[in-house]
Ligand binder design. Sequence first.
Ligand SMILES: Cc1ncc(COP(=O)(O)O)c(C=O)c1O
Length: 418
Amino acid sequence: MTTFPIERVRAEFPALAGPHAFLDNPAGTQVPRRVIEAVSSALASAASNLGGAFEASRRADAIYARAHEAMAELLGAGSGGEITIGQSMTTLTFQLSRSLGRRFRPGDELIVTHMDHEGNVSPWLQLAEDLGLTLRWLPFNRDTWRIEPADLAALLNERTRLLALNYASNLTGSINPVAELAALAKRAGALVYVDAVQFVPHGLADVAKLGCDFLACSSYKFFGPHLGVLWGRAQLLRELHPYAVRCNTKDLPGRHELGTPQTELLAGLAAAVDYLVWLGELTGGSDSQPPVRGSRRERIAAAYGAASAYEMPLAQMLIDELRRIPGLEVQGITESNRLNVRVPTVSFTHPAHRNSDLARALGEKGINVWSGHNYAYEVARFLGLDEREGVLRIGLAHYNTQTEVERIVGELRGLIVR
Ligand SMILES: Cc1ncc(COP(=O)(O)O)c(C=O)c1O
């Protein structure tokens, strides 16, 4: 693998030219110039509704189709028809949960986890309340920081209708063995809904291999605009009764999409995937091999490979340095031989400091991080943390640098050790 071209990569992101260290990436990433330009150009030339018999509308149609195709490439889906795009992961999940609810009967069981973000908990919790369904809670293992198949097996039975779980945690950063867990749930006859919001910024999702039925993500976490994206099995999407207006299209991909699409953001979404393709071309080669020239999906895979090879050692350095600070406790995987089952999101607590105070002090120094439960409300409670204070979360992306890691660790040392 050639050295990661960090300066070339950073130059793509206008926001990174400023003095701030963006270490708040699990809450939203910065955006490359091509995304900004695609949004702006769509507003200038395609700000019309879809399906019209005129040029601007035809451009909007093309942008719509392109965004769905690009997301199919990114997630390994069969076609753009399997992709539903909406305002956010949370709205899509609430909406789909309502459609699925039409199939469930009182006494049916849903499994949610103590590891998930509220976006993949509350929709199911409220559905269970409305329909008289039984909700079962799947814990994560406090030693491995992941969901263990044996714990899932203990909850599955003939009444289980759905397993909702995350691919990677937005608080601890650990990655679940989703394929294995999905296979168990499918064997029991349950549907599997995967929240991949925190995985997709760091790893190649492959819906064909995972064996799940639905997979949701959010493009503002992977260098795109604020949109949610949901992949679903085409057959299921066709069968499900959509919560949509009566004259909405019955065809895929629009069947489960509500209202007029945000064309300019769809243009930005396709450009975010183009950015990953570009990154794959830039970084995909090795010293002995020319740059990757395969399919767009192969180039995307190369981008993820290069980004991980760069960002995970930085994450390990961050973890090691944080652990040198007396009293600080990392809430997640710390072993260097288990980097392959985590993303570079590192959360910690310190008994003598409020996380909100630390986050504020860092913010004043131009270092962006988040504190609190970060909507991983169940995780904070399961770990016995103060619900409001939660953790201090540092989340790396492939555009961060060793200097930024050194900078935050230095500042934290100053604030904590004093
Ligand atoms: C793991 C996870 N799931 C879901 C969401 C919600 O995504 P959205 O803001 O698109 O609703 C987030 C946002 O932080 C998240 O981290």
